[in-house]
Write a protein that binds this ligand. Sequence first.
Ligand code: G1P
Length: 293
Amino acid sequence: MTNRVRKAIFPVGGMGTRFLPATKAMPKEMLPVVDRPLIQYAVDEARAAGIEQFIFVTGRGKSAIEDHFDRSVELEASLAEKEKFAKLDDIRESLFEPGNIAYVRQQEPLGLGHAVWCARHLVGNEPFAVLLADDLIKAETPCLRQMVDVFETEGGNVIAAMEVPYEQTSRYGIIDSDEADGRVRAVTGLVEKPARGTAPSNLAVIGRYILTPTVFDELERGETGAGGEIQLTDAMARLIGRQPFHGLAFEGRRFDCGDKLGFLEANLAFALGREDLGPGARELLARMGEGSE
Ligand code: G1P
């Protein structure tokens, strides 16, 4: 079994109900943050962490994602003809080597654990990453890269962790753990969406995981948990004690792009951080702050 994390799973089968009507005919993962679709940020982050093979678990109505990562010969020819070379480079950078991208359908929306399980044959017997595009993370060192660094020294499983307000713990997978050693801590328990007042901590799982393939055996059982869904968190919880399990309080800022305000905030933060748009965005915000718009 290789010990490098070469493969990543992107579960993109979700319906995107919270963003209707925008997501009626368009996958939620294609919603743009400034000028790049959300899924592109997750893919770029995985690339920066050394991922070589990209596995998308899709569903009905998601073909725009496949088109986005495919070549568009007409578009490339037209940009070249118009000498728009910077744009041409930009779209070429998001292409994959043929054969390094694969799609598998999750035929029914049975939960995140089920989506990950659908990719089991494509992953095989090696450690792999899972990235949830809704969780957009702005960091100097991309979050998954930080996690691969922990994995390379510690082995086992690594999950991204972040403190959230106690009143929001019922929205997340919640971590029970030992004392932290720097940013890393040993995870001793995991509970998916604990009922109000029952969370073991306010440390939440954020949508980045490095897992061993043993988790597929647990998912195979098809047991349902919170919300009647097959939960990845429950399968991971059953590995604790049998394999090392680390929570990494990653460096960076996470935006919940599954939420309208989180999505809006991400757009502002990424625009403000860009050389070409930052000054304009700052001016615009100042004007709006003065209440003139
Ligand atoms: C999923 C996971 C949950 C995790 C969250 C992070 O939940 O099941 O454990 O904390 O992502 O965003 P979802 O947001 O799909 O309900």
